[in-house]
Design a protein around this ligand. Structure first.
Ligand code: ATP
Ligand code: MG
Length: 417
């Protein structure tokens, strides 16, 4: 991709209404555009990041047998009345429809997935199964002041699992936790993500949140010191934490350290909370009618983009982990004309790296181009100049570490650039 062809531009100005670090950097870099408070559009660079995050999540969900679907964003009032959430869910967007009807803009999809499952579920042989989607959710959040961390419209992955009994739900829940661990590792967040014990509602003692430590995070978690000593990242949510009383559910330790964090994922054992009102039933081995139990497993895709932006940013801008960067390589020829050797070398290099952004704006000042490159935060920057070519190669800068190396042209690929 030639940078001159990107229809978005970077901007130096911090807008008065860019309410957080992620919104400021992502807006200035041209990744997102604000429609109104808590509502954003994803622009070419930003949507590439979103798609790469989605792909990692998708691969891991497919890996645990999740079948991908796409449920509707609109639902009739009746579905939400069935579970009592038409009245009780304060963030539910209610939309007037034709005649005197009302619809909901779904904030989550238990009310949709349960009746779908009911259509097909007959016997114990149909269980277990799991389906998931990656979709836009709507929540009328009171506070929408954290950029893409808390949207009124946002992208979520939600997986739902169905089981013949609690033992089977427990078995699958552990498998899903494994998939979540892999997702956070692949996103480059392994060292900052804490499996956080939160209250579980009526059915189970705990639900689990995947909290990413972030200095501007909205949540407060309490990290278990004993777990840390054992090389595990475990925390307790603020709501269930009582100084002096709470013990770490994994290690039994009583020492904790508070941290600010953002909840990137949340998994729940739902029991029959939704299968009962929607009358899901199956016949077991003995021919008896039973109600299946469910689990649900969410991840905030667009929130993750904001979390990662904030977690790694430095004073000069964004620093994307390689797995989800908008492009793998930023190629920057410091040529003054298209006849120069450094321009031709850049063209050759770009052929080797299909996932690259080529800064072809040779009329712009070198300082401005470097500043843009730092702001956009592509992991590797390859600078090709007459000077570097004379020194036997190109200059490769690692945006995360700041390390700079001169790498000979013919070994660029081999050296893992
Ligand atoms: P929170 O406590 O932050 O309001 P939640 O517990 O209501 O979130 P869930 O219903 O568990 O959220 O949704 C699953 C995931 O979706 C969350 O872990 C989070 O990553 C993401 N998410 C929830 N609400 C928002 C939002 N308003 N904007 C962006 N992402 C969100
Ligand atoms: Mg949650």
């Amino acid at each position: 991709m030639l940078q001159s062809q990107l229809f978005t531009k970077t901007s130096k100005d911090t807008h008065a209404d860019s309410d957080s670090i992620n919104a400021d950097l992502l807006t200035r870099g041209g990744f997102i555009g604000k429609t109104m408070a808590g509502v954003y559009s994803f622009l070419p660079l930003g949507y590439r990041v979103i798609r790469k995050i989605e792909q990692i999540v998708r691969e891991e969900m497919d890996g645990i047998g999740g079948q991908e679907i796409l449920m509707s964003a609109l639902a009739p009032k009746a579905l939400w009345e069935k579970t009592g959430r038409w009245e009780n869910m304060d963030v539910l967007f209610k939309v007037p429809a034709a005649g005197d009807q009302e619809y909901a803009l779904n904030p989550t999809h238990e009310e949709l997935v349960a009746p779908i499952a009911r259509t097909f579920l007959r016997s114990y042989r149909d269980l277990p199964f799991a389906c998931y989607q990656i979709q836009t959710k709507f929540r009328n959040e009171l506070r929408a002041k954290s950029g893409v961390l808390r949207g009124r419209e946002f992208i979520m992955k939600d997986l739902y699992s169905f089981h013949k009994d609690i033992a089977d739900l427990d078995r699958y829940y552990a498998i899903a936790q494994g998939a979540y661990d892999r997702i956070f590792a692949r996103l480059g967040l392994e060292d900052r993500t804490y499996l956080t014990y939160a209250s579980g509602g009526t059915f189970s003692q705990y639900s689990h949140e995947y909290q990413v430590v972030l200095s501007q995070g909205e949540d407060q978690i309490f990290v278990s010191i004993e777990a840390e000593k054992q090389g595990k990242r475990i925390a307790v949510n603020k709501e269930i934490f009582q100084e002096g009383k709470t013990v770490c559910p994994v290690t039994g330790g009583k020492e904790f350290r508070p941290e600010k964090a953002s909840e990137a994922g949340n998994i729940f054992k739902l029991g029959t909370r939704f299968s009962e009102p929607f009358e899901l039933q199956f016949t077991d081995e003995a021919g008896k009618l039973c109600t299946p139990v469910m689990g649900c497993y969410g991840i905030g895709i667009s929130r993750l983009m904001g979390v990662i932006a904030e977690a790694f940013a430095d004073d000069s801008g964004l620093r994307w982990p390689a797995a989800i960067a908008p492009y793998a390589v930023h190629i920057m020829p410091l040529a003054k004309s298209h006849d120069e050797e450094s321009w031709k070398a850049a063209e050759e290099i770009s052929k080797q790296f299909p996932d690259s952004l080529v800064d072809d704006r040779i009329d712009a000042s070198t300082g401005a181009r470097f500043a843009d490159s730092d702001l956009i935060g592509i992991p590797k920057r390859i600078v090709i100049s007459p000077k570097s070519l004379k020194a036997g190669g190109v200059e490769v800068k690692d945006r995360m570490t700041g390390d700079v190396n001169i790498v000979p042209l013919d070994t660029l690929k081999a050296e893992g650039v």
